[in-house]
Design a protein around this ligand. Sequence first.
Ligand code: 3PY
Length: 251
Amino acid sequence: KCTFLRAALRAKQPALGTWLTLPGTAVARTIASVPGLQWMLIDAEHGQITDKDYYELNNSIVSHGVSPIIRIPFAEGWLIKRALDSGAHGLMVPMVHNAKIARSVVSLAKFPPQGERGFGSPFTQHAFGVSASDYETQCNEYLLTILQIESREGLDNIDEIAAVEGADVMFIGPFDLAKSMQVQFGGDEHEKAIATVLKATQAAGKYASIFCLSGEQARKRLDQGFDMVSIATDTASITRDLTLQLETVRA
Ligand code: 3PY
């Protein structure tokens, strides 16, 4: 069960996901039950979700055959520990600017001998769908370490970051990248930077991923060679559909 997303990536299937910023298992279940999703991002960087919510959200999402990924607020050891102890299938870390941060994240996310993660929570294995001892042996292989490239510094250091062993996915945060570079979102320089990260990620034999807000954007990125894309967020989906229905009824 812990292999949903990893299996899709290994099979070279487009890994399609959504963004969860609203707390509550009802929202998570409603979204995860839409057929065809491989992953759902539990956003504890910017959303209203806290680490107290992780356990219930993970289990709700996994019960629909979707891999939960937790995005923590920052590359800090105790934040990584709390996210992984809840049994997430993937860890997303924002603002990875250099290989030193990338190495530290990987080390904190892996049990020895690959890393320095400690074992202890009696609940961790539940969302992975395995026994505690299987969790310990399988986790290093199946847990996805997802590093966000979303700064000029991260862009400049992409070759070294992508080369870090155990760093599985380079995930572009296009909004923060544009802000950090002080360029227009979607403009030539922005697109060139995105292409640079994609190329370096592919050259390092890692998976390339990017945040998209719609199926149209996601399709374009998959056609460019990205392996894993979001297609929507919870709040944007609600707003978009309500706007559309209002326009339809008023037309
Ligand atoms: C960005 O676009 O900066 C992101 O991190 C997506 O949430």
